[in-house]
Design a protein around this ligand. Structure first.
Ligand code: DAK
Length: 267
């Protein structure tokens, strides 16, 4: 089922498209003439859509992709070019970006083309990245006189290690999807024509799993980037115990013992 209207109204957005195909949803960045440059409006619309989908009980995973030949070629350079440091600091556009971290449901980036600068950073804010063979990843900010500002120096370094991150960030040169796979930045590379099918298939597979456990698993994995091993293990354990308070845990374990498929209800 595809139902854009009940996604909260794809028609209300000018720079993204939302397709609700329960139990998953597909969000497309839609400024192809600017290679989906991440303008303030686009980021605000994206956050609004993701928050609505996060609250939508029927949607259990979200795929994010780009229309045209880019996932996103970065933040909108035209919008930033003449800003002063004080204007940038006062506007605090990072608040929108930071808020994406609070989305609880799994986000899968289906990277169809350029994922550069903020585009690469946005992909890295997702939980899983799948790339088309034709995709390229890079942090080219150095070439325009700045550095990554939406997490690139931190998330890329954690994803690919210091040496490869330094190469990419100090040269600004992009890497291919194959290289991104070798480095562990993405989990799969597929032919461009099957990218969306693969991403949606993965989203549907996750959507079969008990939703509360999926959310708490995402939460625990993300904690690994924030804390020490012993604190992370304690955090994992609390989430593990918490799941014994869900009906889905009882259902999952009983279904196993009764040799039948489980019926998860997100409770
Ligand atoms: N911003 C604005 N427009 C862009 C753009 C961008 N990042 N990237 C491409 N475009 C536009 C081009 O200007 C062009 O527009 P027209 O001239 O047709 O009007 C159109 O998209 C097609 O691009 P090209 O003609 O350049 O296409 P090519 O195939 O020749 O080249 C390219 C493709 C991806 C190699 C090239 O477009 C390119 O180098 N783009 C810029 C890549 C880049 O430097 N990205 C990093 C931007 S800095 C922040 C959060 C995040 C960030 C900053 C602040 N806050 C919350 C405050 C992140 C910063 C960045 O990402």
């Amino acid at each position: 089922m595809t139902d854009s209207a009940s996604a909260g109204g794809s028609e209300r957005y000018e720079t993204i498209e939302v397709e609700r195909a329960v139990p998953v949803a597909l969000v497309r960045l839609n400024r192809p003439q600017a290679l989906n440059a991440l303008s303030t409006q686009l980021m605000e619309e994206l956050l609004d859509a993701l928050r609505r989908l996060d609250r939508d009980e029927e949607v259990r995973a979200v795929v994010l992709t780009g229309n045209g030949r880019a996932f996103a070629a970065g933040a909108d350079i035209r919008e930033m070019a003449e800003r002063s440091a004080v204007e940038m600091e006062l506007e605090d556009r990072f608040a929108t970006w930071d808020a994406i971290r609070s989305i609880k449901k799994p986000l899968i980036a289906a990277v169809n083309g350029y994922a550069l600068g903020g585009g690469c950073e946005l992909a890295m804010m997702c939980d899983i990245i799948i790339a088309a063979e034709t995709a390229t990843f890079g942090q080219p900010e150095i070439a325009i006189g700045v550095i990554p500002g939406a997490g690139g120096t931190q998330r890329l370094t954690r994803a690919v290690g210091k040496s490869a991150a330094m190469e990419m960030i100090l040269t600004g040169d992009p890497i291919s999807a194959r290289r991104a796979l070798e480095l562990g930045l993405v989990s799969r590379v597929v032919a461009p024509e099957v990218l969306l099918d693969e991403a949606l298939r993965l989203a549907r597979r996750i959507a079969e799993r008990p939703p509360v456990a999926v959310r708490l698993a995402k939460d625990a994995v993300n904690r690994a980037f924030e804390t020490t091993l012993s604190e992370g293990l304690a955090y994992e354990r609390r989430n593990f115990y918490l799941l014994f308070a869900t009906e889905d845990q009882k259902e999952g374990m009983r279904a196993f013992m009764e040799k039948r498929p489980p019926q998860f209800r997100g409770r």
